[in-house]
Design a protein around this ligand. Structure first.
Ligand code: NAD
Length: 270
């Protein structure tokens, strides 16, 4: 490894267990020389799994519900204190839909659940950005990333109201990315990741079949959580200073495919 993040400080949201994309990002960031705090919703910390990652990466765990601005403010305060200054990177790796969890069909959504999922999955990104903005918590040329999925652009019926949440999330990255770029020289992007076998991913109905379909459609195959972590590292590094307000597909080529030989074969009876 090449110390791409040597001296950089950050906050990583959303490592739940060793399958989590954020978990792999934390491991890679540590390998590349970064220091950071780890955070998750208090309820997700109950199992205590995050302590192993904290120990491995020498990081402090600071609980925060990402929908709660007071908790986010405390998180940023404590992180800057712990790390000894302003931050260079933030990863928002958070998603949850109550309608998906409870198997509610998109044509029968419960709107209280919709609002909860929208707050957790999309508005929380605005809350993170606004907290960092108001506290002037980011160093110049810092980088803020959120994870998203292509259902924001194309229809994947079982992704349900998460598709709308992701569209909103990606829009926030563009809108806030303008202000962060113009005033603070900080970049804001979303990474649109392949389907990945994690707790959140496997909550989507028919996920096994879907992950196989995406694998067969993608010329490079699905991007794994480790691949995603490596991509995040490049976007936190100084090698991508002028990339901002983008939704960056990280999916082995899936997003530009019409059909592949592998998928065609299944319809040709070969
Ligand atoms: N797994 C996939 O197929 C896939 C594909 C594309 C994008 N993504 C996105 O990647 C991100 C990470 O998901 P993952 O696949 O690693 O699954 P995961 O279940 O490991 O991570 C989701 C995280 O969100 C956290 N979270 C939920 N509510 C929260 C709250 N109120 N405050 C703070 N944290 C909260 C959970 O505790 C968990 O750590 C999500 O945005 C997800 O939509 C996942």
């Amino acid at each position: 490894m090449s110390d791409l993040l040597a001296g950089k400080k950050g906050i990583i949201f959303g490592a739940l267990n060793a399958d989590s994309i954020a978990w792999k990002v934390a491991e890679a960031a540590h390998t590349e020389g970064a220091t950071f705090t780890l955070t998750n919703a208090p309820i997700a910390l109950r199992m205590g799994e995050l302590n192993a990652l904290a120990e491995k990466t020498g990081s402090k765990v600071i609980p925060a519900d990402a929908t709660n601005v007071d908790e986010l403010t405390t998180l940023f305060e404590q992180s800057m204190e712990e790390l000894g200054g302003k931050l260079d990177f933030v990863l928002h790796s958070i998603g949850m839909s109550v309608n998906v969890r409870k198997g509610k069909h998109y044509t029968e959504l419960n709107y209280d659940w919709l609002q909860k999922g929208w707050d957790v999955s999309a508005v929380s990104f605005h809350k993170v950005l606004q907290t960092a903005w108001k506290m002037d918590a980011m160093n110049e040329w810092g980088s803020i990333l959120a994870l998203t999925y292509m259902a924001a652009q194309r229809t994947f019926p079982d992704y349900n109201d998460m598709a709308d949440n992701k569209a909103y999330l990606e829009s926030i990255a563009r809108s806030f990315g303008y202000h962060f770029g113009a005033k603070k020289k900080v970049r804001v992007n979303t990474i649109s990741q392949s389907p990945t076998m994690t707790t959140a991913g496997s909550g989507v109905k028919g996920f096994d079949g879907f992950i196989k379909y995406a694998e067969d459609m993608s010329p490079l195959g699905n991007a794994t959580a480790e691949d995603c972590a490596n991509y995040c590292i490049t976007l936190f590094s100084d090698l991508t200073k002028k990339v901002t307000m983008q939704n960056l597909f990280h999916d082995g080529g899936f997003s530009n495919m019409g059909v592949s030989d592998l998928v065609m074969k299944q319809f040709m009876g070969e």
